[in-house]
Design a protein around this ligand. Structure first.
Ligand SMILES: [Zn+2]
Length: 215
């Protein structure tokens, strides 16, 4: 806890002190974020840092491998992500949803290994839910088996599937009635991107071509 409290003291005397009026206004009047970000839990991929966003600007949903489950499944995970999306779109009226994938994603690496070996992602007592959660990513790996086999190196193989997770989540978001309705009336944009940690490069999904291009 000491490590955290030390960081908090720096924040309280630094950023909070500088932005005290902003924090007070946000605390008293509520939030009005412009973007819902669906990102991975990965500690190296903080959306607010990457997009230089301040407090109150981004509503962030994080889970392993930035996944949005298919709408209509009876899984508790679907309820969790759907609740966050509904609140962001229906109540907070965000202008866009960004699905943010990233390089060196551990969830994606585990899914690739499982798809290639045919073994379950995890069977250990410590993480019985990981395999279940990233099963859709394992399916994406199987669907992309020829491209995976042709890719050279772990980084390229990883990126191939990391980009697929972004497409997968964007596709599932569009099956949610509240998302498709607001996209159709032009009040909500659906965007995707991929952050390469080591290089700091950002690839952005291009709607016209369906491909990712360097920002
Ligand atoms: Zn990740």
């Amino acid at each position: 806890m000491e490590e955290l409290l030390s960081g908090y003291k720096d924040f309280r005397g630094g950023r909070y002190a500088e932005d005290a009026a902003l924090y007070r206004r946000l605390g008293e009047r509520g939030q009005k974020p412009h973007t819902l970000v669906v990102a991975c839990c990965d500690s190296r991929v903080d959306p607010a840092t990457i997009f230089s966003a301040g407090p109150g600007q981004m509503f962030v949903l994080r889970n392993v491998a930035n996944l949005v489950p298919p709408w209509g499944s009876e899984d508790s995970a679907e309820i969790s992500t759907a609740a966050a999306v509904e609140f962001a779109v229906g109540t907070l009226k965000v202008k866009r949803i960004l699905v943010l994938g990233h390089g060196d994603c551990g969830g994606v690496k585990a899914a690739i290994a499982a798809a290639q070996s045919g073994a379950p992602v995890s069977s250990g007592d410590d993480n019985p839910h990981v395999g279940r959660w990233i099963a859709p990513v394992t399916d994406l790996c199987r669907a992309k088996a020829p491209a995976l086999a042709a890719a050279e190196g772990d980084q390229d193989r990883g990126r191939l599937i990391e980009l697929e997770t972004v497409r997968y989540s964007m596709s599932n978001l569009m099956t949610m009635p509240i998302v498709s309705k607001h996209v159709a009336d032009g009040s909500l944009a659906l965007v995707g991107a991929h952050f390469e940690i080591a290089s700091g490069r950002l690839l952005v999904w291009d709607r016209a071509s369906g491909e990712f291009r360097l920002a």
